[in-house]
Design a protein around this ligand. Sequence first.
Ligand code: FE
Length: 209
Amino acid sequence: MSGNHDHSGEHHPEPLSYAEARTKAIESLLIEKGLLSTDAIDARVQAYEQDIGPLNGARVVARAWTDDEYRKRLLKDGTSAIGEMGFFGAQGAEIVVLENTPDVHNVVVCTLCSCYPWPVLGLPPRWYKSDAYRARAVIEPRAVLKEFGLNLDESVEVRVWDSNSDIRYMVLPERPDGTDDLCEDDLVKLVTRDSMIGVAKVKSTAAAM
Ligand code: FE
């Protein structure tokens, strides 16, 4: 699919875009010709919604926290470092990973629709696709983050990244204090979807309880 901002496969309350209408037309034609079953399509949607979800992203983050060479590769070329872990596919042609630090907080939005790195985060949450989030994340990011329960110090620089169909962003959140003893598998369990969009921080087990 070409075009600088195609919306294929994403959900919209608005009338169908050209790309969506085309996708639907192709889909029904393939089903009619017996080349594709609705079950196969449903299975694929379910894979993105439930099986992939944000777990792949959490694995990437935990690896970056525990392997500094991997972290460097991830920040330099997100797509290939993510591919190293076996995660790639639709909506993941170019993934750029942004590192949060004590001084810089990155947050991701798609102002035009809902572009999102499917291979690492699955399908976007409903709020990510809302008009309110898409508009306000750019205009008043600190206020939006506050509503998510994230109060950043004024000294922290907030950077907002607008995803599109060519580049999709994922945040590498800060590793929380008090997790030095945790192994990679334990760290995976701490990493939330919201922390990889940049609207939350990762909490240590103690803080989360
Ligand atoms: Fe989009």
